[in-house]
Design a protein around this ligand. Sequence first.
Ligand code: DCP
Ligand code: MG
Length: 406
Amino acid sequence: MQSSSETMKAPPHRSILHVDMDAFYASVELLDNPALAGKPVIVGGLGSRGVVATANYAARKFGVHSAMPMGQARRLCPHGHFQPPRMARYRELSSQVFEIFRRFTPLVEGLSLDEAFLDVSASVRLFGTAIEISTKLKTQIRLETGLTASVGVAHNKFLAKLASDLQKPDGLVVVPVNRVTSFLDPMPIKRLWGVGPKTQPRLQALGILTFGQLRKAGADIVRPVLGNRTEHFLKLAAGEDDRAVIAEHPDKSISHEITFDQDLFDTDELLAELQHLVEAVGQRLRARHSLAVTVSVKIRDASFRTFTRSRSMPAGSNSTMTLYRLARALLLVWRKENLTTPVRLLGMGVSGLEHRFANEALMDSGDQADLPAQQRLDKLLDTINQRYGDAKIVHAMTLRRRRDRS
Ligand code: DCP
Ligand code: MG
């Protein structure tokens, strides 16, 4: 009896976030060039046939928007700052932001550089409600990148995406399950995905300007316009959408390396450098709640010969101490075989990554190699380093570095 009543239960509601960065390219330009503060900023092609990629909100007040010919944007906003895109920089910030997303869930589906769906249904137990997760996410993005994001929260993708757009910039809009109809009904029909500029006037001719009017009109009235997609559109207009968030595969390995100004001979100095690399790799692993099974060390000598040594552990780890011990052993074995080789480059990496929520690791059972005390120490140092910027504090395991390389 009990099991059949269990199976009768409706499936639990999903918690989906849609996160979209505000005026993304333009915000990055403002970030990198504080002298632009308060000015309209327009990013796009500056040639005669160029179009606007995006404009910040100050420029949007003048009517400038994405996909507008650049000449028109210049006429509307002659005193604006105009500049071509710097894609490499936008990609860099995008991957920083996506790394933050993945701390809260492995189910991250990127739609573009500045936009993603996150399914946080299974994260709620660990990080708080979907709204709390959204607030933390926005705060972390702002603290770590200086950029703002707008978030929509709902039980499906369609509603979450509509919601994220409603209070831009720096918005957070939640659509509770019992408010879907009142949320959707006033929406203009152009917000329905797939209803383009050709279909819109034909619906308008039927007196349908909003989702609510579409829903109430019913299938028979709109079928001549929407054809075989009628049911699909009616479902969306009623807020129904059961598509899953499809996660792409995040990195399967993480590594850091350093090339020395002058080749290093001294083993203690090499170990001190190795520790800094392990600290950085360990921090990234922990930030994304991953464990690594395999540790590698890469050494390049003065004549550009490259050696790699790697070894796997019986259980995953993200503790600086555990990773360092293994990396150190690998480096020392290499050193024994190459006693007098000067080292030009040293690298350390981990692979065989598995995602793991932070508190889960503390709650359970034997497949993490690291002791609770190590985990607590790592957590403490990560918190300090996050608060005070880049990895200034390290575990007291080594030794001197020849010079400060910060
Ligand atoms: N983009 C582009 N060409 C377009 C639209 C966008 O090159 N026609 C680029 C520039 C944007 C980025 O993609 O910064 C993200 O697109 P969004 O639609 O999310 O727009 P923004 O992030 O700029 O602004 P918003 O605050 O409205 O999200
Ligand atoms: Mg955006």
